[in-house]
Design a protein around this ligand. Structure first.
Ligand code: ARG
Length: 468
């Protein structure tokens, strides 16, 4: 954090103090460099508060409208200030707004803080910010889902190996693979919606800790700010940052999902797998090795969860053991929250670009899906239909896999005689059953990888996501 520059300190508590604040103390105490991010929210909250104390008879209607229009102008002007105005000397964004307001409209500006504390103010600002950020993350997650659905639609029935333990298990379609991530991300949307609901409560009127003395209508105030309801206990309201933890939790889980997607694509992009080709625009070369094309975007997406979890741990640890009500420790809530949300926004958007620009090497995918004896479950199922108990069928199929391995061929390349040594009723139709098409088509259950099911699921998602 940068040290405050210039500007005579204009502390809001001047009366009781004779001495000036130590410079190093200010370097740790001042938060304008960080909470400038909340300037629009602080102004919105202040306009709502002006109306609330107007309703309580503290301000005349004329004073309310003067404050409101000055704050609206200030909001516009603040948009044009790209970095924190540290030279103002203001301690934090709340002081800056009040200072600017008073500079513009004179002593009336000093009435705005009546019955309010920065404690309920900052909680309000961060909640307003959180609500907006949740909406943005939901929009970004949905955009990524659309990219995946588009990819899945293009390859609804193209085969790729499905893995467990990163060993080829059974073939699936690329459409099915893409939809797995769409489902993960759908849960992220739900988590962000939950975090949004947790943030959407209005602490204003709690004042410093015990509740304001002015008869403000907290319900009207909450709804003016777009919140669901007012908080119910003033002590809790000014010291609660659970909603911020919920934001960080939702971000961490989402970042974890992105890291899984990234890791899988990094593996798919290796020369050894070569299932996909990444676009030049999201990769980089090596300064030394001319042949290299590195999946940097995906690697940074994979790394994102480290940051997200670090921020989550930071805030959770910070809150541990804090006594009621507000403590200055809580000022340190903002850097982790801002960082996580900003970073996740970038990662979600870049992930969508990576997906949109990735090419699947269909022949390689198909060859891999055919290999690895991944159709042996199908052989076991076939035997079950001939009346063989599944455990025995599994045993027979396993032995045939061993024979195929010994010969260095695929299961379906073993002669029918070899099959019949294990079970007399195995017919020629076993070969048809073990083709890739048949193996895929038979997973025809809700949620299964049969291309028909995948197309149904894609259709559901296309309409849910408003895709043509
Ligand atoms: N800058 C402070 C924060 O972000 C605002 C609240 C200050 N309250 C106080 N009692 N000093 O937490």
């Amino acid at each position: 954090m940068s040290e405050p520059k210039g500007g005579k300190p204009t502390a809001m508590w001047g009366g009781r103090f004779e001495g000036q604040a130590d410079e190093l103390f200010r370097a740790v105490n001042d938060s304008l460099g960080v909470d400038w991010e909340l300037v629009q929210q602080d102004i919105r909250g202040s306009i709502a508060w002006a109306h609330a104390i107007g309703g309580a008879g503290v301000l005349t209607p004329d004073e309310v409208s003067k404050i409101e229009s000055a704050l609206k102008e200030l909001a516009k002007d603040a948009e044009a200030i790209p970095s924190p105005p540290l030279s103002s000397g203001a301690e934090d964004v709340h002081s800056w707004v009040e200072q600017e307001l008073t500079r513009r409209i004179g002593p009336l500006g000093k009435k705005l803080h009546t019955g309010r504390s920065r404690n309920d103010q900052v909680a309000t600002d961060l909640r307003l910010w959180g609500v907006e950020q949740c909406d943005r993350r939901v929009t970004e997650v949905r955009a990524l889902q659309r990219s995946l659905v588009a990819l899945g639609t293009k390859h609804a029935s193209d085969p790729i190996p499905g893995y467990t333990h990163l060993q080829r298990a059974q073939p699936v379609t690329i459409g099915h693979w893409a939809l797995a991530y769409v489902e993960m991300l759908a849960r992220d949307v739900e988590r962000f919606e939950f975090a949004r609901a947790m943030a959407a409560r209005s602490p204003l009127g709690s004042a410093a800790l015990a509740g304001t003395t002015f008869p403000v209508d907290r319900v009207a105030l909450a709804s003016r700010l777009g919140f669901r309801e007012p908080t119910r206990n003033s002590l809790d309201a000014v010291s609660d940052r659970d909603f911020a933890l919920d934001l960080l939790h939702a971000s961490s889980v989402c970042a974890m999902h992105l890291s899984r997607l990234a890791e899988e694509m990094i593996i798919f992009a290796t020369g050894e797998f070569a299932f996909i080709t990444l676009d030049d625009s999201v990769t980089s070369g090596s300064s030394l090795m001319p042949q290299k094309k590195n999946p940097d975007a995906l690697e940074l997406i994979r790394a994102g969860v480290g940051r997200a979890l670090g921020n989550y741990t930071n805030l959770l640890t910070l809150l541990k053991g804090l006594t009621l009500a507000y403590n200055k420790d809580m000022q340190e809530d903002k850097p982790p929250v801002f960082d996580s949300m900003r970073r996740l926004s970038i990662l979600l958007r870049i992930a969508a670009r990576v997906i949109e620009r990735t090419t699947f090497n269909l022949q390689t995918c198909e060859r891999a899906a055919k290999g690895g004896h991944a159709n042996s479950t199908e052989l076991a199922d076939y035997l079950v239909e001939k009346g063989v108990p599944f455990r025995d069928a599994h045993e027979i199929a396993g032995k045939l896999v061993r024979q195929a391995l010994a010969k260095g061929c695929a299961l379906e390349d073993l002669p029918i005689e070899t099959y019949r040594q294990h079970h007399a009723q195995i017919e020629q139709d076993v070969f048809q059953r073990m083709t890739l098409e048949a193996v895929l088509a038979r997973r025809d259950v809700l949620g299964g990888t049969a291309p028909a099911r995948v197309r149904d699921a894609l259709g559901v998602w296309r309409s849910a996501l408003g895709m043509a």
